[in-house]
Design a protein around this ligand. Structure first.
Ligand SMILES: NC(=O)c1ccc[n+]([C@@H]2O[C@H](COP(=O)([O-])OP(=O)(O)OC[C@H]3O[C@@H](n4cnc5c(N)ncnc54)[C@H](OP(=O)(O)O)[C@@H]3O)[C@@H](O)[C@H]2O)c1
Length: 343
């Protein structure tokens, strides 16, 4: 079986580290692994399959020098904007975790459980985009429902973990909790979030736009339509909560047909990489602590609306660093290999 020279750009970050872990677990066909980061981390070491590998500095030339064939990017939008074209020029396929290329009509935006066929369009620009973490887990749950009942509209409120904003954001929550126990929370700093996140919830993720929604909320709106190839109405309220890992979403889904809670539950049972945990009588439903390190999206609290026969309410939880980023990117890469090399 062919093995590939793989670069992980942002290998020292929250998503990059998880990407390496997922690659190890699935025994990704690596010939040579090249972890890349900024000059700050160049020379440090990461461990891959029990061996130490030196982190190199991301440069314009490194993809050519290392003969990279697959480049997984997660070092921020500006980094992808500048360096992804050099990786493509060197002959690599780029799988990009940032928002930079997502809405480019020539770049496929892929969740392998939903629109794997779109990967074929990678040839347009040599780039495949990974959606926003909140979008990925939502469309995974929507896909089996769309197939069975037709989805018209989704109203969703998210409860997003601090790791969604990177390693330093997780540290900010931990520091503020320490300060709380030292009775000096009022002196605690906040840099990553617009307000104190410990013992708080913040109804703002990213910047506000002219329409009153945030950029994060509009990502869920626009990306859902692109991935599902359908003009589904989406309205989102994205909220940061003091959780380290695992995004939760309360979604109200409007269907083209009437539903029963049982039929919705059954459709979700058959969804790809969906786990249904829905036994409220025993206090069983998905929670962030339950999904850490998992590669599936968990769904529960499935119920029909009190007033309308074509509306259901569901609760969707997934590990944002894995399902919402690393696992999705690695699954895209594996599908790309399968399609290009007919393996
Ligand atoms: N966290 C999530 O749930 C999530 C989900 C989907 C997508 N994403 C996206 O993935 C990207 C990374 O997120 P993250 O959470 O992993 O952030 P992070 O923990 O802050 O890590 C950032 C990574 O980028 C590297 N980097 C920063 N500036 C660089 C530069 N000038 N040149 C080369 N490398 C540079 C850092 O390397 P150093 O060690 O050298 O600083 C580090 O490896 C972001 O665009 C984010 O939007 C994140």
């Amino acid at each position: 079986m062919k093995r590939f020279n793989v670069a992980v750009v942002g290998a020292t970050g929250a998503v990059g580290e998880e990407m390496l872990r997922v690659m190890e677990e699935v025994d990704f066909p690596v010939n040579k692994l090249v972890p890349l980061a900024s000059a700050r981390s160049a020379g440090s070491e990461i461990e891959y399959k029990g061996e130490k590998v030196k982190v190199k500095e991301l440069t314009e030339q490194v993809f050519d020098e290392e003969e990279i064939e697959i480049a997984l990017f997660s070092a921020g939008g500006a980094i992808s904007a500048h360096f992804a074209p050099f990786a493509v020029e060197a002959g690599a396929v780029v799988i990009d975790n940032t928002s930079h290329f997502r809405m480019d009509p020539e770049v496929p935006l892929v969740v392998p459980e939903v629109n794997p066929q779109d990967i074929a369009a990678w040839k347009n620009k040599g780039i495949i985009a990974n959606p926003n973490c909140s979008t990925i887990q939502m469309v995974q749950a929507l896909k089996p429902l769309e197939d069975r009942f037709g989805v018209k509209r989704v109203d969703v409120a998210t409860y997003q973990a601090t790791s969604g904003a990177g390693k330093s954001a997780m540290e900010e929550l931990v520091m503020q909790m320490k300060d709380f126990f030292a009775f000096k929370l009022d002196e605690s700093e906040h840099k990553k979030f617009p307000h104190q996140i410990a013992l708080n919830v913040i109804p703002q993720i990213d910047k506000f736009l002219d329409n009153g929604y945030t950029k994060e909320e509009m990502k869920m709106v626009n990306e859902t339509k692109k991935i599902m190839h359908k003009n589904i109405e989406v309205s989102a309220t994205c909220v940061r909560v003091p959780v380290l890992r695992g995004h939760s979403e309360a979604a109200t889904v409007w269907f083209e047909k009437d539903i029963t809670a049982e039929a919705v539950r059954e459709a979700l049972y058959n969804g790809e990489n969906i786990v249904v945990v829905d036994n409220p009588a025993n206090g069983e439903y998905p929670m962030p602590v339950m999904v850490v390190g998992k590669d599936e999206t968990y769904v529960g609290r499935i119920r029909k609306d009190i007033y309308r026969d074509n509306v259901a309410h569901i609760w969707i939880v997934a590990d944002n660093l894995r399902v919402g980023a690393a696992t999705n990117a690695v699954r895209i890469a594996l599908k790309w290999i399968e399609m290009e090399y007919e393996i």
